[in-house]
Design a protein. Structure first.
Lengths: 170, 170
DNA sequence: TTCATAAGAGACCTACTTGTCTTTTGTGAA
DNA sequence: TTCACAAAAGACAAGTAGGTCTCTTATGAA
């Protein structure tokens, strides 16, 4: 199963589990790994309470230790729970499903992209806008809305037309 | 003076010499430095035949040695000429003004971005398009056309509505 | 209470872009 | 023919994203 998030759209593309497309163009790999990791845990929560990093990394074809660090941030932000030791692993909590994607974005790569001047101008604000300021503002607020509206649960149940599942491998 | 190139547009924005905006979002710093460097030499060619890297770097607020390497590539591709020794420096040649920006892009960062799948799919072509394949193709061909149509001379004389001059510093 | 287990933490590596510094090479005018 | 000058070349370092490896810490069931 894959989630592709593209500028303002998320598309349905396939239906088989456990392959994912990398999120490109606008987001980092970390963000993609995080979304996919959280999703995998959420999807598995029906059949088992806890999922280990080895399993997640293998099913998602993602580097284990790198994913571990990302999951660590996710746990620190209480998006998932984790338990060490035997029978330990990552599990969803009461908040997981209602977490909006923008929260995951914030945790993994920050939200600076939403406030930076696209042209790199030192002085760029509504009063002294750069040539593309207003266009960028519109684009960004669209994207922000999409990411704020879409929750983990939306991805899990796949009930939003803007969400894509994709089977294809990276 | 600044040239801003944005997806499909290049805007006029100011009129004072020697400050530039960094090209963001789609291009590397190297490309921005290259365009600005070539432009500086072209603009100065009225008052002096050759311009030294120290002057260019200072006027453009760009790291001198890094710019030097980029200018070197530019010279190897015969977009500019250079002469060592006293009274040496960089100068325009008979081709400089007719060079399209896409040539500068090719020299500095390559054109791979025009053929890569935006989603990072291994298998993505017109017969097996990814969900955003056709949209991206259109975007890219627009951008490619803009960069192919705009020459150094267009920037120098600023006679195209899509070209921007900008005074603001990065 | 032990101990295998699994996450956490930290050091380190790779690749790439950007940036710095020093040495080498070519050159034009005196 | 010399020599100061300026580009060319090359070594090296910083910054960042991504990735690997090892050691430490917590835990839960036997």
């Amino acid at each position: 199963m894959i989630i592709i998030i593209f500028p303002n759209d998320i598309y349905q593309y396939g239906e088989q589990l456990d392959d994912f497309i990398l999120l490109h163009m606008f987001f980092t790999k970390s963000f993609g790994y995080a979304v996919r990791g959280i999703l995998y845990v959420a999807l598995m929560s029906d059949e088992k309470k806890r999922v280990q990093i080895d399993e997640i990394a293998e099913r998602l074809s993602v580097p284990k230790h790198f994913l571990g660090k990302i999951m660590n941030k996710i746990v620190k932000e209480k998006i998932l729970d984790s338990t060490k030791g035997p029978y330990g692993g990552f599990s969803i909590n009461q908040d997981t499903l209602s977490i909006p994607l923008i929260k995951v974005l914030e945790v993994t790569e920050g939200l600076e992209q939403f406030s930076m001047c696209a042209l790199g101008l030192r002085k760029c604000d509504p009063d002294h806008p750069c040539p593309v300021h207003h266009d960028m503002e519109r684009l960004r607020s669209d994207l922000k809305k999409t990411l704020t509206d879409a929750t983990i649960n939306d991805l899990v149940i796949g009930n939003k037309p803007e969400l894509i599942r994709n089977i294809s491998a990276y």
